[in-house]
Design a protein around this ligand. Sequence first.
Ligand SMILES: [Mg+2]
Ligand SMILES: [Zn+2]
Length: 189
Amino acid sequence: MYPNLFTTPGLANFAEAVDQERQRQLAKFGDQRHADGTGSKDQKQAAEAARNWCEDAFASGYGTWADILDEEVAEAKAEDDPAQLRAELVQIAAVCAAWVADLDTRIRPEAQPVRTAGGIVGYRSRDGRLLRCMQHAPGQSVLDSGDLTPVTSDDLPDGGVCTYPDCGRDVLSAALDDRLRRALETDPQ
Ligand SMILES: [Mg+2]
Ligand SMILES: [Zn+2]
């Protein structure tokens, strides 16, 4: 749809959703002009605190998307220079895009029993060039579009490598790991 506009996976979906939301906002509020309300001493201190919080959270292995977004929002609110403020607002948008892309590529928990009951081990494009393991199952919009369709172990007797960036797992062993992990999670022992 946007062959050359976006290079980041999932960004076209995100941009389309933002465009729709902006249209909704414009219809409801019109073109908005407000004071920035940023750059106070308190807001600068809050940004420092949010940065430290986020750094500590990731250093201890418990960092979350919420921590990252809090930090970026706090940083934007600390800026009074318009160019710096603009740069920080773009960083917030980029974090939101990354978070949405992560949500969109996550297995939806409610869909798991159906997929495993059907023996689905992954998702493949029509031309066979794209393959996704269960962990990198496409989002609902991609499934609805039919660009990637479910495949079972019968479709892939020799397996295949997940083409999601930096994954590279064999979809058959990934599906087995996935089932084993879930069996262990549901087993009370
Ligand atoms: Mg920032
Ligand atoms: Zn994968």
